[in-house]
Design a protein around this ligand. Structure first.
Ligand code: B1M
Length: 211
């Protein structure tokens, strides 16, 4: 097994200490930071995403893998910046107004980061204007909305309308998700995509940014 495969394996097992040590070893061996990221960390996280989508693993395994990825990514961050490596896209994410559920939202964020996205986390109970102002100010390509309550999901339409009113609707994709949502609801409110789980959300985000 080569060093990158070892990083990927350790990440999938959630061995954060192992990932950190192996990433440091790769840095010490002067391997390019982008290669360590793509072939080690992101490759491991991509396998985690697929297994999660296929119900082969569950939320706890994803959380420990993401923690391991974050440990390795923290070491690479300054090197990637130095090398001028850009994120593959930029998004902001939050749970809509009135909703405090954030476990699913955090998983979506982790999966998107696992695909190389820069994700601005606005937290929970986020007002429509906050999503729109952030997207405009930070040049986000995607606004990601999560809702877990049937009483708050209608707030997603307010974000679509706020984006239209601010004149940024043609510049930003709006992706929605959360347990009570459906594809039909997404279309009804005029959002661009619905994803049933975090891994599919990350795949959709990649599709948007490569289109
Ligand atoms: Co609440 N809660 N809760 N809760 N809670 C539910 C959602 C509920 C179904 C429980 C029930 O009654 N059976 C129910 C909603 C009913 C309804 O609306 N029809 C409910 C209720 C009623 C409430 C309160 C109103 C209870 C009360 O106070 N009377 C209250 C509301 C608070 C508020 O938000 N204002 C409340 C509070 C809470 C806690 C704070 C205690 C806690 C949240 C803690 C936290 O998030 N930090 C909590 C929890 C944990 C749950 C349950 C048990 C679990 C939710 C969860 O995290 N699931 C839930 C019941 C259940 O589901 N069994 C329940 C795991 C998570 C990984 O799934 O978020 O669906 P999920 O995310 C998935 C996908 O949906 C998708 O990807 C994720 C993983 O693949 N996804 C996206 C999510 N966002 C996405 C965005 C995307 C794409 C995909 O694109 C951008």
């Amino acid at each position: 097994m080569n060093l990158f495969e070892e990083i990927s394996e350790n990440l999938q097992k959630g061995n954060a200490r192992g990932v950190k040590d192996l990433v440091q070893q790769a840095i010490d061996e002067r391997r390019p930071a982008k290669e360590i990221l793509d072939e080690g960390l992101l490759s491991g996280m991509s396998i985690i995403g697929e297994k999660f989508k296929n119900n082969e693993i569950f939320v706890p395994e994803v959380l420990v893998a993401a923690r391991a990825m974050n440990m390795g990514a923290a070491l690479l961050k300054p090197l990637l910046k130095e090398a001028g490596v850009k994120a593959c896209g930029k998004a902001c994410i939050g749970t809509v107004k009135g909703d405090l559920h954030d476990i699913g939202k955090n998983l979506v964020k982790m999966m998107m980061e696992g695909k190389g996205f820069e994700v601005i986390d606005l937290g929970t109970d986020v007002a429509p204007e906050t999503f729109v102002e952030t997207a405009a100010k930070e040049n986000c390509q995607i606004i990601c909305l999560s809702a877990l309550l049937t009483t708050t999901m209608s707030g997603m339409e307010d974000v679509v309308k706020a984006a239209e009113a601010a004149g940024i609707r043609d510049k930003v994709k709006i992706m929605v998700g959360g347990a009570p949502l459906t594809d039909a609801f997404c279309r009804k409110i005029g959002a661009d995509a619905y994803a049933p789980d975090a891994a599919s959300a990350a795949d959709k985000a990649v599709e948007f940014c490569s289109a």
